[in-house]
Design a protein around this ligand. Structure first.
Ligand code: 5GP
Ligand code: ZN
Length: 117
């Protein structure tokens, strides 16, 4: 992963580069799982691929093996966080509630406090 240029103004590119601190709960080549800064559930993680893909609409930028690896990483991160049952969410585009234009999955476990964003 990482063939698209990073966006110097993007919060999640900066988190990947270590320029903004975050609580990392799982890490793999080109993939991070971090705690959401404004949790909307008892457990609220974000899975962020390193590549600056703005929305899920552009998922075709990932190769099939990369996409599969990302999905496996989402499942593995939830399991590592002790979750067996959880919600997965992606907001695709600002009109759908996406606030950070860099692809990410929300993993929400336990009691749910509201829609992220
Ligand atoms: P979106 O609405 O784009 O799907 O979700 C963006 C998420 O990123 C929100 O849940 C928000 O709380 C989280 N977030 C925004 N800035 C930061 C940050 O600097 N660090 C962390 N850990 N999470 C952030
Ligand atoms: Zn980015």
């Amino acid at each position: 992963m990482g063939s698209l240029p990073r966006d110097p103004h993007c919060i999640f590119c900066k988190i990947h580069a270590g320029e903004i601190p975050s609580t990392v709960v799982n890490r793999a080549d080109g993939l991070l799982a971090i705690e959401d800064i404004n949790p909307r559930a008892d457990v609220h993680l974000l899975v962020i691929p390193e590549e600056h893909i703005e929305t899920f609409r552009d998922i075709a930028h990932l190769s099939e093996p990369e996409a599969k690896r990302m999905l496996d990483f989402v499942a593995e991160s939830a399991k590592q966080a002790g979750l067996e049952e959880y919600r997965l969410m992606i907001f695709c585009g600002a009109g759908a509630g996406q606030t950070v234009p860099h692809l990410h999955w929300h993993i929400l476990g336990g009691r749910f406090h509201g829609i992220p964003g």
